[in-house]
Design a protein around this ligand. Structure first.
Ligand code: GAL
Ligand code: ZN
Length: 691
């Protein structure tokens, strides 16, 4: 149970943030005044300025022009619009690549990426670093005490386009990084299993990044290069952060915007390095369950910040411009998805971008203020949402206690999805989502957790996919189970250590005692292949496995589902071991069909003593979320479906809810219109414990 105390994450702001990236340098000055007037009309109180302004702040190396930004910030202050000031280092001007070509990134096959788009820098380049840090220093010394500035935005979406660089400078930095991780070259040889294929190094000088090779590059080399690349980008963030910390008041928090389930940066490390977590979310409108990703991503952001509120730094009001087809958001999705993020911990709803551009690569990306101006549906929805968030000001700082945690680890994700595995069909995010889905539907609050964190505070810890685990991480799960937490482990977990070396002796070696089983052989399935499953209690009719099966032996566990037919006919597929602490340890060895997985996880959650937010399961497509402060509890109800449905609001406390928008009391049931969102609140003093 996460019990982080409630508290505001942007100390100099009241209420929830609303606004977006404002790029005044794209417009003549008279437009700035119109912008600020319209911002006030839309209840905008926070804008991010300067993300892509480098070329306008430093037109040639060392020659700075801050006059226009002085004007912008002064105008913001006068208009009462707070500023999240960017360090402007996300997109170097052409002069950097022109004058210092070695600052350009190089791909694994030696291709040089040149300027003309954005993020074209080698993270290890000293020219990039020197120029970026010099600019950051200037910005901090000039604006740290400006009253418009309430927080700092370092870089932008680190790694989004250039997650790594394979150049010679990067190779040298990679060797330095490795030399810190492995004392001697022989330690590296052992860790990388270089006895295989004659890959043994005689000297550190021979070590290179995983460039193009005739066949699979060494897996541990690939894994360490991913670690190195995440660390190197993080080093860039930290360097700018430290420059800001040295010169800026401590109540102006520092962030950089994440990208949800982004594969190239270990966000647990990153989140620890920032004052507040912020995130960008661009749902795929072709995915009918994009709201599920909306929920899971928001829960991840809340969890990365250790339960504290986070900021939705970017989203689109309507269309984006970078998928193959980019539909408009319709049917109230903009409001509902925005509210969903608030429901799950966001204390700001910000956008890319304030005013839609008329030139450049993103002119067909929607803005809060569209090309057609304020006489538009988009604008009306923006203004309405701004007003609604104003009315929810007291939600700022509220937190969400959770009984359940899902374990997520970036290095394990990287290792799982390298080449040369038993199956390339396994996707960590897809597996996590399939486990998250039934809990979300039932309305459990769910955190994500690092495998090496203290997991014993939760009633239930799910490990849907953790291919690789450290000794410490493996022990954490055992400790939690011993302390009374129920645990459930999914297939192909605990298979290797952090160097991608197999933990032998029967999989998943670190947990065979805990789970009371051992696995003889992994048996991935071909596309289209499915294996029927049978329940020991004759339930689960029609259950089947696809994608993955295992040859499991149950020792001290009871068999809940078993395989039917083939080599592993009658062998356990799902097992449950009762633990002395009173909890249970479950193992799921197969890619269960979604409905069997749903039933199983709801049973496990229920048995674990976890409490869903509402006593009665909400109707299909209705999402429930809870936030609380010391004074109030807020119940968010979101109808993602196309029909009106009644929802019971009984949360088991007997409390009296009322609508936040108009104060109407809600006794026990409320009808939620198609696509609608309703927020209820109750004073915490009025909570009546039924016990
Ligand atoms: C983000 C980026 C923004 C903008 C947006 C468009 O990745 O940070 O600058 O490009 O995407 O959706
Ligand atoms: Zn490089």
């Amino acid at each position: 149970m996460n019990n982080t105390p409630a508290g505001r994450v942007i100390p100099r702001m009241n209420g929830l943030g609303f606004g977006g990236d404002w790029n005044p340098e794209q417009w003549p000055q008279h437009v700035w005044d119109e912008d600020l007037r319209l911002m006030r009309e839309a209840h905008v109180n926070l804008v991010t300025v300067g993300v892509f302004s480098w070329a306008y702040l430093e037109p040639t190396p060392g020659q700075y022009e801050f006059g226009w930004l002085d004007t912008v910030l002064d105008k913001c202050l006068a208009a009462g619009v707070a500023v999240d000031l960017a360090t402007a280092t996300a997109s170097p001007p052409p002069w950097l690549g022109h004058r210092w070509p070695e600052s350009l990134p190089v791909t694994d096959d030696g291709t040089i990426w040149t300027y003309g788009a954005r993020q074209q820098y080698c993270p290890s380049s000293s020219a990039y670093r020197e120029r970026a840090w010099a600019l950051t220093e200037r910005l901090v010394s000039r604006y740290a005490d400006h009253d418009a500035v309430v927080m700092w935005h370092v870089g932008n979406e680190y790694g989004a386009h250039t997650p790594a660089c394979w150049c010679d400078t990067s190779a040298e930095a990679f060797r330095d990084w490795l030399a810190k991780r492995y004392d001697t070259i022989d330690d590296l040889n052992t860790a990388w299993s270089t006895a295989f294929w004659s890959q043994r190094f005689s000297d550190y000088a021979e070590v290179i990044p995983p460039r193009r090779t005739p066949y699979f590059p060494n897996p541990t080399q690939q894994l360490d290069f991913k670690r190195f690349s995440s660390d190197t980008l993080l080093e860039l963030f930290k360097a700018e952060r430290d420059i800001i910390r040295a010169g800026s008041p401590s109540d102006k928090p520092i962030t950089t915007n994440f990208m949800r389930f982004f594969p190239h940066a270990d966000y647990w490390d990153w989140a620890r390095a920032e004052d507040v977590v912020s995130d960008d979310w661009y749902p795929d409108l072709a995915d009918p369950l994009s709201h599920l990703e909306g929920a899971a991503g928001a829960d991840l952001m809340r969890s990365l910040g250790d339960g504290r509120p986070w900021l939705l730094m970017e989203q689109a009001v309507s269309a984006i411009n970078w998928r193959s087809v980019n539909p408009a958001k319709s049917g109230g999705a903009y409001r509902r998805w925005s509210m969903q993020q608030v429901a799950r911990g966001a204390d700001a709803v910000l956008h890319f971008q304030w005013r839609a551009s008329i030139g450049g690569a993103e002119k067909w990306h929607s803005g809060m203020l569209p090309h057609a101006g304020p006489r538009t549906r988009t604008w009306r929805e923006v203004v309405a949402l701004g007003a609604e968030l104003d009315g929810l000001a007291d939600v700022a700082g509220a937190t969400t206690p959770a009984d359940i945690a899902i374990v997520l680890d970036w290095p394990s994700w990287w290792a799982l999805e390298l080449d040369s595995r038993p199956s390339t069909r396994l996707s960590m995010v897809r597996i996590l989502r399939s486990w998250y889905e039934p809990l979300w539907r039932r309305g459990y609050s769910v955190d994500f957790a690092h495998p090496e964190s203290d997991l014993s505070e939760y009633r239930l810890v799910l490990v849907p996919q953790l291919y690789s685990v450290t000794d410490h991480g493996a022990q954490r799960l055992v400790d939690a189970a011993q302390a009374g937490t129920t645990v459930a482990v999914g297939y192909f977990s605990g298979a290797v250590d952090e160097q991608d070396r197999v933990r032998s002796g029967g999989y998943p070696a670190p947990w065979t005692d805990l789970l009371g089983i051992w696995v003889e052989e992994y048996r991935p399935l071909l596309p289209g292949e499915a294996v029927p499953l049978q329940a020991t209690d004759d339930g689960a009719a029609g259950a089947s496995a696809s994608e993955w099966t295992e040859h499991v032996h149950a020792e001290s566990a009871e068999v809940v589902l078993s395989y039917v037919g083939g080599d592993i006919d009658g062998c356990p597929a799902v097992t449950r071991r009762s633990l002395p602490s009173g909890s249970a340890a479950w193992y799921v060895s197969a890619g269960l069909d979604q409905s069997t997985l749903d039933d199983l996880l709801l049973r496990i959650a229920d048995e674990s003593g976890s409490t869903p937010i509402l006593v009665e399961a909400p109707p299909v497509d209705v999402e429930v979320a809870m936030r609380q402060t010391d004074q109030q509890r807020y119940l968010f109800l979101l109808n993602h479906g196309g029909t009106a449905v009644p929802v019971s609001v009984d949360d088991g406390t007997g409390c009296a809810w009322s609508r936040v928008d108009d104060g109407t009391p809600v006794a026990d049931r409320i009808t939620l219109d198609a696509g609608d969102v309703v927020v209820l609140s109750t004073a915490r003093e009025r909570m009546v414990d039924p016990a």
